[in-house]
Design a protein around this ligand. Structure first.
Ligand SMILES: [Zn+2]
Ligand SMILES: [Zn+2]
Length: 287
């Protein structure tokens, strides 16, 4: 197979030759070595074969794509610019994990932190594969919120068995709790505030309100899809009134009852200091 010089990364003063497929990249040991721990070790420890023509070492990357290598060099080299995007991120991650290119791994992680809301299932898939804990948790919030839809997506079957099981278990537990919502006694154990002089009337009023809200989120009769977790929480946490005891109920009693019935919900990290953030179910990456 005849080899050609790469049009972008073939530098006359380069001191190492990479051969990928049928393409030659003549690049600089110090730049590649700074980017990749593995190549750095290779340059300092090993004695690669000398090419006849230029007397510079030659490294062949077998089974790699020349386009991926070119893009990666363009990301690393200061004279060219290729940003990470949804199309190239999987290849960037795969390559930079294999050759220990930490700065690219970090760029890819930053990209996902910024963009995961536009592509939650794919972000979860990548976070799952490369053990990005925080992106894993954040993207799982959005995936669980539209789980029936995401479950039908092709990418869902590419998630690890662990992650698929966690998602299914979490969502099933949610729909079970949703179906049993009418059984929750929202006022049991509630200590009304001192100003509340008609406690049993207040209990009754609150209970009636929550019977109405339960009907709203259950959308009976089925069929599915059920109300998304964030929607259920939002409906249940609407204000019930402006009296002191109403506020006290919303601040102390309802969160306790909700957590006991549905488990822990959290806002997105990037939204948690905003006013009235949405709250979501989530799963976390095991060790
Ligand atoms: Zn791991
Ligand atoms: Zn009261």
């Amino acid at each position: 197979m005849s080899q050609q010089n790469n049009q972008i990364h073939y530098y006359i003063d380069g001191d190492v030759l990479f051969i990928v497929e049928d393409t030659k990249f003549r690049v600089h040991k110090n730049i590649i070595g700074l980017a990749s721990k593995m190549f750095n070790d290779m340059f300092t420890c090993a004695t690669p074969t000398q090419s006849d023509s230029d007397n510079i070492p030659e490294v062949e990357l077998e089974g790699e794509s020349s386009k991926t290598f070119e893009n990666l060099l363009s990301h690393i080299y200061p004279n060219t610019f290729i940003d990470i995007n949804w199309v190239n991120i999987a290849e960037f991650l795969r390559f930079s994990e294999k050759y220990i290119i930490d700065s690219v791994l970090l760029s890819a992680m930053k990209f996902l932190e910024r963009e995961f809301r536009k592509n939650p299932l794919y972000s979860l898939f990548l976070a799952d594969r490369y053990h990005f804990k925080s992106i894993y948790k954040e993207s799982s919030k959005l995936v669980l919120d539209k789980f029936p839809e995401y479950k039908r997506n092709e990418i869902f079957s590419q998630l690890s068995l662990y992650t698929r099981n966690c998602l299914i278990k979490k969502y099933t537990s949610y729909t079970d709790s949703l179906a049993k919502l009418a059984n929750v006694d929202f006022t049991s154990g509630y200590l009304h505030c001192d100003e509340c002089n008609k406690q049993s009337e207040h209990d009754l009023k609150i209970n009636q309100e929550f019977i109405e809200r339960s009907k709203q989120v259950q959308i009976l009769p089925l069929p599915l899809p059920p109300t998304p977790p964030s929607g259920t929480r939002k409906i249940l946490f609407n204000s019930i009134g402006y009296k002191t005891c109403d506020n006290q109920f919303m601040t102390f009693q309802l969160p306790r009852k909700f957590k006991k019935h549905f488990g822990v919900f959290e806002p997105l990290e990037c939204k948690k200091h905003k006013k009235d953030p949405k709250f979501y179910l989530y799963i976390e990456l095991g060790e």
